[in-house]
Write a protein that binds this ligand. Structure first.
Ligand code: TXA
Ligand code: MG
Length: 302
């Protein structure tokens, strides 16, 4: 794939929006770091983000929206979360709130969790892209897994050349570090990641509870999960892949991007079924398969 770099202007944003609506990831500056943005309502588009980054595991991603109104369509804000959003948005603050049940967010975005990380960024390029696409955008930092966060288009190019179709270049980002993350999922506010915005009330409460950057919980089904199954035992719900057909399949054709896009939906479906246990067919460990297997192992041994 050829990676183009276009300076930030209306034409570049129109092209970026077209690519995103077609399910492709596009690198775009925010005020913190460059993000790799994809349609948060399209599971395959989200799987393409992971594929491009070569991330060995599925961490939940931040969903970018234009403002608090758009955010409240997706997540449930209590009084404190709303006050923080009003004070700091648009800006480098991410709020983790309970996911609204009807929100059209792909399960891969939240890695199956019932909470969602939301941020209204201030950068005009990301704001313009959000308006042009008209959908929430999932965006992790636009670097290959294991390399440092990009603050210039050149950093993104070096890291992801050949893996994404387009980079919007608006020069150096001004904050240079990722957004502050605060969880407002009930009870006290908790600081999940330190960043450009200091919130004193949260800071002191959080330090004792949770180390910054640490993820509070991972989705795991409530039923026993067996890996590398080529057929279902009695009372098992079999999630297939490739030649192993099951009650449902991650991808009949063995396509890892499709498999990633269906992973959390099928785990939830299997968990909600009338069977007592879940079995999953072997998934090859290359490319996105490594992330799928990482997540399956955690689900099997929560
Ligand atoms: O500044 C930023 O935040 C940049 C720009 C592009 O907006 N984005 C960014 O995304 O840093 P990422 O994917 O590299 O970091 C997302 C962080 C992860 O540490 C993840 O664990 C946390 O957000 N996160 C996302 N959803 C969460 C949830 N539901 N609960 C707890 N943590 C969550
Ligand atoms: Mg990152």
């Amino acid at each position: 794939m050829k990676t183009r770099v276009l300076p930030f202007n209306d034409d570049a944003i129109a092209e970026a929006a077209e690519l995103i609506l077609a399910g492709e990831p596009v690198a775009v500056p925010t005020e913190t770091v460059y993000g790799l943005a994809g349609d948060a309502t399209n599971a395959r588009a989200v799987a393409r983000i992971y594929d491009a980054k070569g991330r060995p595991s599925f961490n939940p991603l931040i969903v970018h929206v234009s403002d608090l109104r758009a955010a409240e369509l997706l997540g449930a804000f209590d009084a404190r979360a709303r006050a923080l959003a009003k004070e700091h948005w648009p800006g480098p603050l991410t709020l983790v709130v309970p996911l609204n049940e009807a929100a059209p967010i792909a399960a891969l975005v939240t890695a199956g969790l019932s909470s969602v990380a939301l941020r209204a960024p201030a950068h005009p390029a990301m704001q313009a892209l959000l308006r042009a696409v008209g959908r929430p955008l999932a965006a992790p930092s636009a670097n290959a897994s294991g390399s440092i966060s990009p603050t210039r288009a050149g950093h993104v190019l070096k890291s992801l050349v050949g893996r994404i179709p387009l980079i919007i270049d608006a020069g150096r980002t001004d904050r240079g570090i990722e957004s502050t993350i605060v969880a407002a999922t009930g009870g006290a506010l908790r600081l999940l990641r330190r960043g450009p915005i200091q919130i004193d009330a949260v800071e002191s409460a959080a330090a004792a509870i949770e180390a910054p950057g640490q993820l509070a919980s991972h989705y795991a089904p409530s039923k026993p999960l067996r890996l590398n199954a080529d057929r279902a035992e009695r009372r098992e719900y079999l999630i297939g892949f490739g030649a192993v057909t099951g009650d449902a399949t991650l991808s009949a054709s063995g396509d890892l991007v499709e498999a990633a896009s269906r992973l959390f939906d099928l785990l939830h479906e299997a968990d909600a079924s009338d069977r007592e246990a879940i079995a999953v067919a072997p998934v090859p460990d290359n490319g996105l398969g490594a992330a799928i297997n990482d997540r399956l192992r955690r689900a099997a041994h929560p």
